[in-house]
Design a protein around this ligand. Structure first.
Ligand SMILES: Cc1cc2nc3c(=O)[nH]c(=O)nc-3n(C[C@H](O)[C@H](O)[C@H](O)COP(=O)(O)OP(=O)(O)OC[C@H]3O[C@@H](n4cnc5c(N)ncnc54)[C@H](O)[C@@H]3O)c2cc1C
Length: 429
């Protein structure tokens, strides 16, 4: 069969799906993308709701390092990057301090991590190496980091995977895309459009019937799409839920493998203030104070916050991740705002009323409630490497899985991971 006649259905128009569609269409395949939402980009989604002065990132916001695929595509799209700058501040037990370190006793931790010869969960590792009470601060900061940054459960997260991530991540090279990630997704879609890729939005895939001759993909609208091959880029959290997509015949071993991956929750609190009031706070009377505030780490109920420094924006973003974000699932928007106001009053040393009066616009995005994400991103469990090996192996060269959750490497849980996975599958064709 001539390449131009081979039809491929890509399920999901997130980073993995769009880049995969772009690559396959450039190679001459006939590509259809089916997307459940009415929008592009999946977990990258830039919006500007009423009241906000600038677009806000509801999902992915940073490029975590000098990541070749993402930075390459940003350049290709003619977009610009803004380097993340600013000072980190902390408030623990009521005390304000400033320090660039996320984790206490980093060097000692690295030494013990390097010596580990078989993988265990990070919870077990801390118990084994750092159970003494003199390591309380180290344990607390590792747990806060694993839950807060990787959105992971300490009892399941793989120590080997965290070691790889921590050794490779360049925390000094973090960027944002000017105008937001959606600009990049729009560029990729434009390229797909040029190559004749067909996009169908608001089409939730419900069933995949397949054999060596054809694939029939059925959606909630009752439509049936036909192809020779299908690439599934649906988030792992969605695939972990029961009966998301019915496969005929079943692919039980793949679904067993999917359950072995970790998938975390995140709630993002986007609060724009009337002005950057924190710039007037100068706790140590050094004339600088919080003027260059970047990240704020704390023991508040919503522990992590950040500004848009060096951009001139009064947006302050809160981040609740991991098991605590999962517990948050059933809270209303108003309850969420009350929690955020309480946390900010503690962090800045203001009253709750003072904080409320300074707010211009706010939005709380709970990704676990999003039916087509059911959480934020994957993390590696001890069982993950084997499970992933099974998942990236295509079934009869007909059914392929891609997406951030299928990525094998140090950039786990990122847009780069999704791009890399989408490209990898496209290169297998
Ligand atoms: C709050 C948050 C913050 C993040 N921050 C960062 C960050 O700063 N930097 C970073 O690099 N990464 C970040 N990430 C992770 C990053 O967003 C993801 O790793 C990446 O976007 C995943 O891309 P993907 O294509 O694998 O999946 P997705 O983007 O989720 O795409 C999958 C698509 O499948 C669709 N879909 C689901 N079910 C169906 C169905 N049944 N039928 C059809 N379509 C379906 C979904 O609607 C979605 O559009 C963040 C994620 C979240 C949630």
């Amino acid at each position: 069969m001539a390449i131009g006649k081979i039809r491929v259905i890509v399920i999901g128009a997130g980073a993995a799906g769009i880049l995969c569609a772009k690559e396959l269409s450039e190679k001459g395949f006939s590509v259809t993308v089916l997307e459940a939402k009415d929008s592009l980009g999946g977990r990258t989604h830039t919006i500007q709701p009423e009241g906000f002065s600038y677009p806000i990132e509801t999902g992915a916001e940073f490029i975590h390092g000098d990541l070749p695929i993402t930075k390459g595509l940003v350049e290709e799209a003619g977009l610009s990057l803004i380097k993340v700058e600013g000072q980190s501040w902390h408030r623990h037990n009521g005390q304000l301090s400033t320090s660039q370190y996320f984790i206490e006793e980093w060097d000692l931790l690295m030494e013990k991590l390097q010596a580990l010869d078989h993988d265990i969960s990070i919870g077990e590792f801390l118990e084994k190496e750092f159970s003494d009470s003199r390591f309380n601060a180290l344990r607390r900061s590792v747990i806060a980091f694993v839950e807060g940054y990787d959105a992971a459960s300490v009892s399941r997260a793989s120590t080997f995977a965290l070691r790889e991530e921590w050794l490779n991540e360049d925390f000094d090279a973090q960027y944002r895309i000017k105008g937001g990630y959606s600009k990049l997704m729009n560029y990729l879609k434009m390229e797909c459009d040029k190559n004749g890729v067909r996009f169908s939005f608001s089409e939730e895939v419900k069933e995949i019937q397949w054999d060596v001759n054809q694939v029939l993909v059925k959606t909630n609208s009752g439509k049936v799409y036909e192809s020779e091959k299908v690439i599934i880029t649906i988030p792992i959290g969605v695939l972990q839920a029961e009966d998301t997509i019915v496969f005929k015949p079943e692919i039980k071993d793949r679904f067993d493998a999917i359950q072995k991956l970790g998938y975390g929750s995140v709630v993002k609190f986007l609060i724009e203030f009337k002005d950057k009031f924190w710039e007037t706070i100068d706790p140590f009377n050094d004339g600088v104070g919080l003027k260059k505030l970047g990240f704020f780490f704390s023991d508040a109920s919503i522990p992590t916050w950040w500004t848009q420094h060096p951009m001139d924006s009064a947006l302050f973003t809160g981040w609740l991740a991991g098991p605590r974000a999962e517990e948050y699932k059933f809270k209303s928007q108003e309850e969420g705002l009350a929690e955020a106001v309480k946390a900010l009053a503690y962090i800045f040393g203001y009253t709750e009323d003072e904080i409320r009066n300074k707010i211009k616009a706010w939005r709380i995005i709970n990704w676990t409630e999003d039916a087509y994400s059911k959480g934020a991103y994957t993390y590696a469990t001890v069982e993950a490497p084997q499970a992933r090996k099974q998942l990236i192996n295509p079934i009869e060269n007909i059914i392929y899985f891609a997406g951030e959750g299928l990525y094998e490497g140090p950039e786990a849980g990122t847009v780069e991971a999704a791009f890399a996975s989408g490209l990898k599958v496209a290169n297998e064709f």
